[in-house]
Design a binder for this molecule. Sequence first.
Ligand code: PLP
Length: 391
Amino acid sequence: MQLPVYLDYAATTPVDPRVAARMAECLTLDGHFGNPASRSHIFGWQAEEIVETARRDVADLLRCDPREIVWTSGATEANNLAIKGAAQFYADKGRHIVTSCIEHKAVLDSCKFLETQGFELTYLKPGTDGLVTPAQLLEAIRPDTILVSLMHVNNEIGSAHDLEALGAVTRAKGVLFHVDAAQGAGKLPIDLQLWNVDLLSLSAHKVYGPKGAGALYVRREPRVNLVAQIHGGGHERGMRSGTLATHQIAGMGLAFKLASEHISEEKQRLIGLRERLLEALSDLDGWQLHGHATQNAPGIINLGFADVDGESLLLSLRGLAMSSGSACMSATLEPSYVLRGIGVADELAQSALRLSLGRYTAEADVDAAATAIKNSVSQLRLAGSARLQNA
Ligand SMILES: *Cc1c(COP(=O)(O)O)cnc(C)c1O
């Protein structure tokens, strides 16, 4: 069976072969299998060295101190630790939190949980470009606001927040700023020397590292405190207990190092592929691009097609592995809350396609996708109008 073309890099990426090789060295008897917390022998020391090298590689990508990196099982856990941990620690200062209605579920569900614990949430509605503006944020901050959580790059539409400008607002107001950077890290530059971001969540598997690995950046200057969500042994300066997964961490470290070495050239290549796709679609009419046209992670392309049934469209495009604009492929096609959140009409949202391109996407893949989309959309529209005429 011929596999479909993989155009779902925002869902997950394959592990870079160099990363997989590094991970394999941390598993078996002839490798670095020791427990990084073992202080009394070389097996432990070697594993610790691998973990600390990876910590430096991740910190270098963010321009922060390695001691500000806390390993987690992924961005979901990092978001939970940041939001619940900060809310619980600073609850005496206030109980109001600001976020947006198009955040990842790991942020939204953590916020929903806090609402059951007596916290009050404001869910900002971004513009049609998918972005919350500094003025909008400023207006939402109250005297009892303790935390703002906004994403770096949106996973469905690719829009990228101006974190320097948003961080200036939170810092001026003395409010903590958490950023879910799972989709942005390694794709767009991050500078925690310049940005007033206090907490920042990372995932390895969106950047050619393994699934089940991530980290939370926790600022030391000015110091940010968190209530731990996982107890047991006091690893990671008490913020996240549990034996460190040396192989996962080694993989994440190398993945981030590779990403930082190629960040601008990979971005340029993805811009080229994006433009090639949009150009190829230009002779088709009745479609639109969702999200910001330029302030984005270029690999994420979300398209809406007028006068096409979303389910039929996805079914006719089985040669392309991508995501739809719907929450799931269940009987009732609920339009994506992200597209709804930026004001896309339900009819257009239900036909949306998210194509996400990455390191191994070739020009031929993009050409095949454009041809298949044009054919499917045209055929479905013809069939639709024929049905209307016969009715
Ligand atoms: C994938 C993703 C997450 C979840 O990361 P995991 O490491 O899979 O837990 C969180 N936020 C965003 C924006 C994502 O794209």
